[in-house]
Write a protein that binds this ligand. Structure first.
Ligand SMILES: [Zn+2]
Length: 143
């Protein structure tokens, strides 16, 4: 598969990024506060029970997912229906000098910043035409 209209997708992506960019720093601070609370045993983490997650579960270990949550970087954020959504990007080490990109979409209730739900996890190379800059910037909005 590939992008069906690169010019249109790029311009939509640039517009969306411009609207999102001012909020990224606040999102990063929220995640950082969650991390500190989690380290102190004051925050909880859950995995979405959605069936599709069981499939990806096999592709990444729980250790890798935790590592991504604790060390990754937010590349997209939104606020909708009383919760924040963050897309976390991370390069996990899988061998000597070998890394695998990971994307971990999570949600955090606005009313409870000490609770994070992992929605799913995937390797962005599975849809590599959608990304640029080392899988940190979305350039395709098809589908
Ligand atoms: Zn596209």
């Amino acid at each position: 598969m590939k992008c069906e209209n690169e010019e249109l997708c790029r311009s939509i992506s640039e517009e969306k990024f411009a609207r999102m960019e001012p909020h990224l720093a606040a999102a990063a601070r929220r995640l950082e506060r969650f991390r500190q609370a989690y380290e102190n045993g004051e925050a909880d983490l859950a995995f979405d029970e959605h069936a599709s997650f069981r499939e990806v579960w096999r592709a990444f270990s729980e250790t890798h997912i935790l590592e991504a949550l604790m060390n990754g970087e937010i590349i997209e954020c939104r606020k909708r229906d009383g919760e924040y959504g963050f897309l976390i990007w991370y390069n996990v080490k899988i061998g000597r000098g070998q890394y695998r990109p990971m994307h971990v979409p999570v949600v955090m209730p606005v009313a409870n910043p000490n609770y994070l739900v992992v929605v799913t996890v995937y390797d962005p190379r599975s849809k590599e035409w959608q990304w640029t800059d080392n899988y940190t910037r979305r350039i395709c909005r098809c589908n």
